[in-house]
Write a protein that binds this ligand. Structure first.
Ligand SMILES: [Zn+2]
Length: 267
C-alpha cells in the first residue's frame, strides 16, 4: 500500500508506504546524576507536588525587546520569551497536575504583553525524570484549523481507539510517525486555556502504558497543540531517517493509522 495523505486539520502531507519500516530509536541511558534531582533554584510556582523552574539554559530569555529588526531585506528579532520546566518526583509525574500548572503559567505569562505564543510539551524517556517544558514566544503560534474532521470521524463511527469522559483518543489522519495519537474532547471547540485539561490527562494516563508497551522502550513526545479544539498529541520516537523527508519535508513511514489502530486494539 502506498498513500499520500494530507491532514485536514494541520495541512501536513505524509507518505505512507508499507514497505518502509521505521526502526525504533533506543532511548539514551539515564545520566548517573539526574540533573533535575540536583537542580536547586527557587521555584517560580508550585502546585500539587510539582514545581516550575526556569530552564538553566533557556531557548528564549525574558530580557530584551522583540521589535523586528529589518536588515538588508531580512528580519530578525531578539528571542524574548520564557522557557520553564514543570516537574515533580523522579519516579513519575501527575500529567493532570502538570497540565493544570502549565495552563496557570501561560495565564501568568500572558500578563507580559510581549509574550503571545505558548507551547507545552513533554518528552517521556523510559528511565529518565519526567518533565514538561513550557515555551513562550513573542508572536502567535499558528493554531490548527477547526476539527470538523473529528466530527466527521465520529459520525462515521470509526477510528476511535478509546473513549474517556467527554474525551477520545484517535490516530492522526496523516501521522508524522507510526502510532501518532490525538487525545481531544468529543465535542466543542475550546482552546487549551479555555478549559480544565483534567479529563484529557485522565485519558492519557489510561492510554500511555498500553501505547508504551506496544511501541517498546522508545521515548514518547506529548505535545499540547492549540486549535479548535486543542488536543494532546502522542508521538512515539519511531521516526524513519529518510532522504526523501530531508529533501521534501514530507515524513515517510510504513504504518497507516488503520493498521496502528488494529495493532493497538490487540493489547
Ligand atoms: Zn531525577
Amino acid at each position: 500500500m502506498r498513500e499520500l495523505r494530507t491532514c485536514p486539520v494541520t495541512g501536513r502531507t505524509v507518505l505512507i508506504n508499507e514497505g518502509w519500516w521505521a526502526a525504533p530509536t533506543p532511548p539514551p541511558p539515564p545520566p548517573d546524576l539526574c540533573p533535575l534531582c540536583h537542580f536547586s533554584h527557587p521555584p517560580i510556582a508550585t502546585a500539587e507536588g510539582l514545581r516550575v523552574l526556569p530552564h538553566p539554559n533557556p531557548a528564549l530569555g525574558i530580557e530584551g525587546n522583540p521589535r523586528p529588526i529589518q536588515e538588508a531585506g531580512q528580519v530578525r528579532m531578539e528571542a524574548v520569551g520564557a522557557h520553564e520546566l514543570i516537574f515533580g518526583d523522579h519516579a513519575g509525574i501527575n500529567h493532570g497536575a502538570a497540565l493544570r500548572l502549565g495552563r496557570q503559567r501561560i495565564q501568568d505569562l500572558r500578563r507580559d504583553k510581549r509574550l503571545r505564543g505558548f507551547r507545552l510539551a513533554c518528552r517521556l524517556i523510559p528511565g529518565h525524570h519526567p518533565v514538561w517544558q513550557l515555551w513562550a514566544f513573542p508572536f502567535e503560534l499558528r493554531p490548527s484549523a477547526p476539527a470538523s474532521w473529528r466530527d466527521h470521524q465520529l459520525e462515521a463511527g470509526k477510528n476511535v481507539l478509546h473513549r474517556g469522559e467527554g474525551t477520545l483518543a484517535m490516530p492522526a489522519w496523516a501521522p508524522r510517525v507510526p502510532f501518532e495519537l490525538w487525545l481531544l474532547r468529543d465535542q466543542g471547540r475550546a482552546g487549551f486555556e479555555a478549559e480544565d485539561p483534567s479529563n484529557i490527562a485522565e485519558l492519557l494516563t489510561k492510554i500511555l502504558p498500553a501505547l508504551q508497551q506496544r511501541v517498546g522502550a522508545v521515548p514518547i513526545d506529548l505535545v499540547v497543540e492549540e486549535g479548535e479544539p486543542w488536543r494532546l498529541e502522542l508521538l512515539p520516537a519511531l521516526k524513519g531517517d529518510s532522504l526523501l523527508e530531508a529533501a521534501t519535508g514530507i515524513p515517510v513511514h510504513g504504518t497507516s493509522p488503520e493498521a496502528a489502530l488494529q495493532f493497538l486494539r490487540q493489547s
